[in-house]
Design a protein around this ligand. Structure first.
Ligand code: NAD
Length: 499
């Protein structure tokens, strides 16, 4: 019998009997290692009520008090990185070093929020009229919901819930049912750090849990990170129900390689960005656009050996560069996408479909795939594959590269590789993509700069990270106050004018 994971409500584990469970797999072995329950409506209601009551207290705490808990939480994340990374690797499959890197990016965001007194500072204008001042400040929204994907079970929940609770909200996390253990552990650590019960709750389940919560009147705001159709549907339902929402979807990230790029460095950078985490990253490079007649051949000279040298295996082995895919279903989807690419007429230069792990036959392992001769109309170019599949498209000029990237439905991340400042400037300025790297293959911004894509890679007006998160999780209130001597009191029936 495998363990059934609990929900986390009101500062403790919550177990309900007789509900549906989903298997949680270790993709390195293809084995069921736990079960995750589908929250019933009653459990969702319990979580919302717990969050609603906690908000009454938490929204009144001082920023300094909240920051002191974040300082402690940061320490606990550092101390428990190894354990959290092992959980991520066990359920997602990515390598331990990659899992640790993603936890470090979570810690970075917690650190930024430790200075939240400064982030919440408002505006004050003295003497707007006689004896009258105006000040504007931020107040939290209430109970917020976060829906997270399988590929970053620690980092993405942190990116949502820490800004929300820093700003004085309470938060319900609905993690991916495919990687639910690390999110539970995060809530235990928050409680250990001194977070009062109910400020963050976690309910498990699939889309029906999300749908129930999206229709709950006591939820004020929704953040979701998901595949594009899901992100769009969550966004539309949330705003139709009068909630504030921003959601983040899928991607197809282009790396534009100029003829003057350092081909060896570029090939290394692209290999890591395309095949790290088996391509299961929303910021993975999945398209290489070579510019000019000889660039592709010059790049391939370095790229082919780099890709062929990738060591595929279980994520917990130090010698592994690329772990398995998340699930059997996803493995089949990626295999089908590669088969479609072959049918469409692209040339499969490296075919990782038949990779078989010598010991772990049941794991969802696939080797890296590289397609050449890809054209814009092909599905392997148009669709997010979210696997270890890289495609090469050739263009004749930077202008053509820009037009190609700008026509794509997604606009999450992109990178240009060049030694020419003007090309880099021109590309960065004109590309219709939210996050751009110049010789930086995975341009996930530091916590103080906004994270979010354009076009069908995100829905809503605000990004994650930094001040934009604070803006999302708060609303502004302006107070106009006047203190006057009793002998000045008078009635006025005209519109007040500040003179
Ligand atoms: P997914 O869309 O299958 O699921 C994401 C979350 O939404 C899960 O918690 C799931 O339970 C829930 N969900 C699934 N279907 C739903 C529905 N119909 N209604 C409501 N909720 C639903 O995504 P995934 O496979 O877990 O994650 C991979 C996807 O996430 C990729 O497309 C990737 O690009 C995207 N992603 C985007 C970012 C970003 O910042 N833009 C970051 C990470 C992942």
């Amino acid at each position: 019998m495998v363990q059934i994971l609990p929900h986390f409500i009101g500062g403790k584990h919550h177990i309900e009997n007789n509900n549906t469970c989903f298997p949680v797999y270790n993709p390195a072995f293809g084995e069921v290692i736990a079960e995750v329950p589908q929250a019933s409506d009653a459990t969702c209601n319990l979580a919302v009520e717990s969050s609603r009551i906690a908000f009454l207290y938490w929204s009144q705490t001082t920023p300094m008090k909240r920051a002191s808990i974040l300082f402690k939480f940061r320490e606990l994340l550092e101390k428990n990185t190894q354990e959290l990374a092992a959980m991520v690797t066990r359920e997602h499959g990515k390598t331990l070093s990659d899992a640790k890197g993603s936890i470090a990016r979570g810690i970075e965001l917690v650190e930024w929020h430790c200075g939240l007194l400064h982030q919440l500072q408002g505006d004050f204008t003295a003497n707007v009229s006689k004896n009258m001042d105006s000040y504007t400040f931020r107040q939290p929204l209430g109970v917020c919901l976060g829906v997270s994907p399988f590929n970053f079970p620690v980092m993405v929940p942190i990116w949502m819930m820490i800004p929300a609770i820093s700003a004085g909200n309470t938060f319900i996390l609905k993690p991916s049912e495919q990687a639910p253990s690390a999110p539970n552990r995060l809530l235990e650590l928050l409680t250990e750090a001194g977070l009062p019960d109910g400020v963050v709750n976690c309910v498990h389940g699939d889309k029906s849990t999300v749908e129930y919560l999206l229709n709950h009147r006591d939820i004020s705001a929704v953040t979701a990170v998901a595949s594009t159709n899901v992100a769009e549907s969550i966004y539309k339902t949330a705003i139709a129900n009068g909630k504030r929402a921003h959601t983040f979807g899928g991607a197809k990230n282009h790396a534009v390689v100029m003829p003057d790029a350092d081909m060896q460095q570029t090939a290394k950078a692209i290999t890591g960005a395309a095949f790290g985490s088996a391509g299961e990253r929303c910021m993975a490079i999945s398209v290489v656009v070579t510019v000019g007649a000889n660039t592709k051949d010059a790049l391939l000279q370095h790229l082919l050996p780099e890709i062929r040298a990738i060591r595929v295996g279980a994520g917990d082995k130090e010698t592994t560069d690329m772990g398995p895919l998340i699930s059997s279903a996803h493995y089949t989807r990626v295999l089908n996408a590669v088969a479609d690419g072959v049918t469409e007429g692209a040339q499969l230069l490296i075919d990782g479909r038949y990779f078989a792990h010598p010991e772990k036959h049941q794991g969802y392992y696939m080797g890296p795939c590289l397609f050449d001769g890809v054209t814009e109309s092909m599905q392997i170019y148009q669709q997010e594959i979210f696997g270890p599949v890289l495609v090469i498209v050739e263009v004749d000029s930077l202008e053509s590269a820009l037009q190609l990237v700008n026509r794509h439905q997604y606009g999450n991340g992109t990178a240009i590789f060049t030694r020419d400042g003007y090309s880099a400037y021109e590309y960065s300025q004109r590309v219709q993509v939210g996050m751009v790297g110049v010789n930086v293959p995975v341009p996930v911004p530091v916590a103080s700069h906004p994270f979010g894509g354009w076009k069908r890679s995100s829905f809503g007006d605000t990004n994650m990270h930094g001040l934009e998160s604070i803006q999302f999780y708060t609303r502004r209130k302006t107070i106009t106050s006047k203190w006057f001597a009793t002998d000045e009191a008078h009635n006025s029936f005209a519109m007040p004018v500040h003179k």
